[in-house]
Design a protein around this ligand. Structure first.
Ligand SMILES: Cc1cc2nc3c(=O)[nH]c(=O)nc-3n(C[C@H](O)[C@H](O)[C@H](O)COP(=O)(O)O)c2cc1C
Length: 302
């Protein structure tokens, strides 16, 4: 995504050191007669030029100064130098984030949810498009409405999947998608729907009192990656802020296939949802962090 150049140089402050020139991915700037000047016609507003300028001579438009101001967390404006963060604490946070499947009914303050959205938006995005959207479901009624719409979708899907002849004929048009769904999910979805209907048990959102949906507007070069990177930020920050979280892929799948669900939430047609994050206070305390399968990296050495 190429954007108009909004970079400005304060000639009084510029020392002509050239740091902004060397870091610009679009070669937008050149040092001429001892001062940086805008000579290119493309920019992605990444702001690296402004961030490396030791005298504050460079400014870049397209970002709001207060966009990342947090309300519930201390704002630290200084750039954190390499190696100055406690890596062990970071890894502990990453390993301690677990999917929460028992939420207490305690509501999450809107200010916390809004801070999580801001934290999500600090993620990298392809060509700095930042075309993500965040839909906050701030209360249990809203979460339940999305749950109901999703349940409607899966009820219908189950009623199709349980017919053997449909599974057989659908193979001709959509490989074995319906058969695969029948084998992998049909039974557990059927049981979850029954729990939802008969016992009011929420096997989808696990009783979460709120949720954030991460979507993308059209035009992003890497929409899925952008949305999921923002989502991971939210998951980690939620844990640090005292909240449990859980990605709810079933809702993403339903929203992909049934546009009526998007309509229920007032999400525009052209937007696509890539992550649904259930959020709330966890009833569960764990005694151990996450374990994982061993990963064996492959080397290709020159
Ligand atoms: C894309 C994606 C979709 C997921 N969907 C669901 C879901 O619908 N319901 C659920 O309870 N957990 C869901 N999870 C959570 C995974 O089951 C969980 O991340 C995995 O079991 C590892 O556990 P942990 O997150 O506690 O480390 C999803 C995870 C991912 C990455």
């Amino acid at each position: 995504m190429k954007l108009p150049v909004t970079t400005e140089i304060d000639r009084e402050l510029c020392t002509g050191c050239g740091l902004c020139v060397s870091i610009c991915p679009f070669r937008t700037l050149t040092v001429i007669n001892g001062t940086a000047e805008v000579t290119g016609c493309h920019s992605m507003h990444c702001g690296h030029c402004a961030a490396v300028c030791p005298t504050g001579a460079v400014t870049v438009g397209g970002v709001a100064d207060d966009a990342l101001n947090l309300v519930t967390v201390e704002n630290k404006e200084e750039w954190l130098p390499y190696e100055e963060f406690d890596t062990a604490a970071l890894v502990q946070l990453m390993r301690s984030r677990r999917s929460c499947r028992i939420f207490s009914g305690k509501p999450v303050e809107k200010s916390v949810l809004e801070d999580l959205v801001k934290i999500g938006s600090t993620a990298p995005s392809g060509t700095n498009s930042q075309l993500w959207t965040f839909t906050i479901l701030p209360d249990r009624v809203a979460v339940q409405k999305l749950g109901d719409a999703t349940a409607r979708f899966f009820r219908k899907l189950n009623s199709l999947a349980e017919r053997g002849y449909l599974r057989f004929f659908s193979k001709l048009f959509m490989k074995d998608a319906l058969g695969w769904y029948y084998r992998e999910y049909y039974e557990s979805v059927r049981q979850a729907l029954r729990e939802w209907e008969e016992n009011d048990r929420d096997c989808l959102f696990h009783g979460a009192p709120s949720a954030i949906l991460v979507g993308m507007k059209p035009g992003a070069s890497t929409p899925c990656e952008d949305a999921l990177l923002a989502s991971q930020n939210i998951l980690l920050a939620a844990h640090a802020m005292g909240l449990g979280s859980c990605l709810i892929g079933f809702v993403v799948e339903a929203m992909k296939r049934d546009p009526r669900i998007r309509k229920v939430l007032g999400i525009p047609r052209e937007e696509r949802i890539y992550a649904v994050i259930a959020l709330g206070y966890s009833v569960t305390q764990f005694y151990k962090p996450a374990g994982r399968k061993r990963v064996v990296p492959r080397y290709f050495e020159g």
